[in-house]
Design a protein around this ligand. Structure first.
Ligand code: ME8
Length: 644
């Protein structure tokens, strides 16, 4: 069996961010999973380097396109190892081999009569690099770039896409797995219900020179999408070669919803015109937002993979990405959510299970895997593990990673309960329970082996550490999902465990280096501070301050202090804040009032009380005395509401 998995080739007009990281980590996880199942896998990613957008980005930096694309492409290539992404091939559309094959294909399609020359006038969006239809506009603007398209009339070459419309509809109908999840398949079919226009595939050199020259007319360069999509073929040696023969039939493309149309409509029709079989599957995922807001340079909330790895570690980041996003739907990134996942799922559930179980094997059996006692057998964990394996395998194949991981964590929960229910520390005290203790410890070790195995594609580093601690080397058949390794019962009695590694340390909530504004050009060159203010901060620095609306639920005086009050607020969880406002507010005035708080201040001991946050006030002077005036929302809102 073979698998060929691809990511989109990313535009080099921006540096790698969370969205690129997600797609690439998913592709890597899938390819690792398939390898673990014994398949031959080819995993390709790369960069898309031609077109208008790239020229604009290079101009903005005052450099030639060539040196610009070299620099940004290298940034993508250098980012992936930080995420433990191991691609087999990194393709660039400026690679001479790619350019040559794109020209060959254009000539072939032209010779077949599927490319013609025509005059066209239409509404062109520079950001999208394509003509928009009237229908697509929102208030006269491009819906993605929010700018009005330009009216352009020019002569160009067109690909007869309309000729293949019915064949494509038939193919999608006959192959329910061609485009998944189903919502995107339906979206494509709905689009194809209307007549399909032909695709403009050239740009006159008078307007753009940074592209692949048409082989049949050197006054034009190729439209960037016609060039870019072909990477999936050129990267494996099309038109001929062993890799093309072996992998093309197994091609699975992974993209986000933003580029559904080029992949689900342009690309299959292009393949039909080229007489190349269609790819096998298109997997479409949703969009990552940041704190429920679209990620964008102008908002300065672009999240960089490198910073995430530095803040949270690569294993936690990969786990979070796959667990948090329901594949196909949008998800919201927030450093608090990633910290919560690390602390709950990784440190608490998995980390504790691992350290408790292995520590007991060391304590009671000197670090040796015991022989289970058949007269004291129970199949609780065996059954739970087999059920997990079935669900996990299917979920991974179906690109339902969040559900695959849910199944894994169900087993973690069952194993933690198994420890409590069987209380090995009690069995250890009863000499006649030695056989039963052997069985319980064996079952736990076997569960850990399978957990280390199924987590390997998701968290390669942590899973390898787990396997090593259980005494398995890198190439041990017990750490492959191939027939025998992926089944219960392979742990061998007598196998010696190794030292237990610290797997997942607990993180502080405040550990948030997640976003940065350094991406935008303006962001790195500090603008002068607004009048009256000392120094400016980046938007990303401000974003680290969690401001919330909180409601006062209880107020108590603080012993030996005239100024301080111990205030319990709901935000929405209750927390205590010590505030120096007793001279300005009484307990009665405070109760039930909504205030603004800084919710992520490091807790501080004030007069022996742990204060968790700060209440915001305006400071004013009345009759020569400083007075504090509480701040709050202009209308009642839910306690805990975000202030931004
Ligand atoms: O479209 N959430 O390149 P691109 C999730 N060069 N994924 C995201 C994302 C987000 N917020 N933002 C980007 C192009 N992505 C073309 C592709 S392929 C022949 C040519 C990911 O740099 C996601 O995979 O704009 C999306 O499809 C891709 O980056 C778009 O990358």
């Amino acid at each position: 069996m073979t698998t060929y998995i691809t990511t989109p080739i990313y535009y080099v007009n921006a540096q790698p961010h969370l969205g690129h990281a997600y797609t690439t980590v998913v592709a890597d996880t899938y390819s690792r999973f398939k390898r673990l199942c014994g398949e031959r896998v080819r995993f390709q990613t790369g960069t898309d380097e031609h077109g208008d957008k790239i020229v604009k980005a290079a101009e903005a930096e005052d450099v030639e396109p060539r040196s610009y694309v070299d620099r940004i492409s290298a940034m993508f290539r250098d980012t992936w190892p930080l995420l433990e992404v191991q691609a087999d091939h990194f393709i660039r559309t400026t690679d001479p081999a790619h350019v040559e094959v794109v020209r060959l294909i254009l000539q072939k399609v032209y010779d077949r009569g599927d490319i013609y020359f025509d005059e066209y006038s239409g509404l062109y969006c520079r950001g999208c690099e394509r003509y928009l239809t009237e229908k697509e506009l929102v208030d006269g603007n491009c819906p993605d770039h929010l700018t009005p398209p330009q009216e352009i009339a020019e002569k160009n070459y067109f690909f007869r896409m309309s000729r293949y419309q019915q064949r494509l509809i038939d193919h999608i109908n006959a192959n329910p797995e061609f485009i998944t999840p189903e919502r995107y398949r339906n979206e494509v079919l709905a689009f194809l219900a209307e007549p399909l226009a032909d695709l403009c595939i050239s740009r006159p050199k008078s307007r753009l020179t940074w592209g692949i020259e048409l082989p049949f007319d050197d006054n034009f360069v190729t439209y960037v999408w016609f060039d870019a999509l072909i990477n999936y073929l050129t990267g494996i040696g099309y038109p001929q070669g062993p890799d093309f023969d072996e992998f093309w039939g197994a091609a699975e493309h992974l993209i986000a919803k933003d580029i559904l149309k080029p992949h689900a409509i342009y690309w299959p029709t292009m393949l039909m015109a080229m007489d190349v079989p269609l790819y096998k599957k298109l997997h479409v995922h949703g969009y990552w937002n940041v704190d429920d807001t679209k990620m964008s340079k102008s908002l300065g909330n672009v999240v960089r993979p490198r910073e995430l790895v530095e803040a949270f570690g690569v294993d936690t980041l990969r786990y979070f990405l796959l667990r948090e996003m329901s594949f196909g739907l949008d998800a919201s990134f927030g450093s608090e959510t990633i910290v919560a996942r690390q602390n709950a799922d990784l440190a608490n559930d998995l980390g504790n299970l691992f350290s408790r179980a292995t520590a007991m094997v060391w304590k009671y059996r000197d670090g040796c895997t015991p022989q289970p006692d058949s007269s004291a057998a129970d199949d609780t964990l065996a059954r739970a593990a087999e059920a997990m394996l079935v669900e996990y395998r299917q979920a991974m194949v179906d690109f339902r990673f969040h559900q695959g991981l849910q199944a894994v964590w169900e087993l973690v929960g069952i194993a933690n309960k198994y420890i409590v229910n069987n209380a090995p520390w009690v069995l250890a005290k009863e000499p006649d329970q030695a056989g039963r203790l052997d069985t319980v410890l064996y079952n736990l070790l076997e569960t850990l082996r399978l957990l280390a195995l199924v987590l390997r594609p998701v968290m390669p580093g942590a899973a390898a550490k787990m396997a090593a601690a259980l005494g398995y080397g890198e190439d041990d058949p017990a750490v492959s999902l191939l027939a025998e390794g992926g089944r219960w019962g392979l742990a061998a009695a007598g196998r010696k465990l190794s030292a237990i590694p610290a797997l997942f340390p607990r993180l502080e909530v405040a550990k948030s280096a997640a976003s940065t504004a350094a991406d935008s050009k303006g962001g790195s060159k500090a603008d002068p501070a607004p009048a009256g203010e000392q120094g400016v901060i980046e938007f990303s620095q401000f974003q680290k301050v969690a401001l919330r609306v909180a409601e006062v639920v209880a107020v108590e005086p603080v012993k030996n202090s005239h100024k301080l009050l111990k205030i319990t607020v709901a935000a929405p969880e209750p927390r205590v804040i010590v505030a120096g406002i007793a001279e300005d507010y009484s307990a009665e005035e405070l109760r039930g009032r909504q205030v603004l708080i800084v919710a992520n201040l490091k807790p501080a001991k004030i007069m022996g009380i742990s204060s968790q946050g700060m209440i915001l006030v305006a400071r004013t002077v009345v009759d020569g005395r400083e007075k504090m005036v509480l701040l709050g929302p202009a209308a009642k809102v839910a306690p805990g509401s975000i202030v931004s």
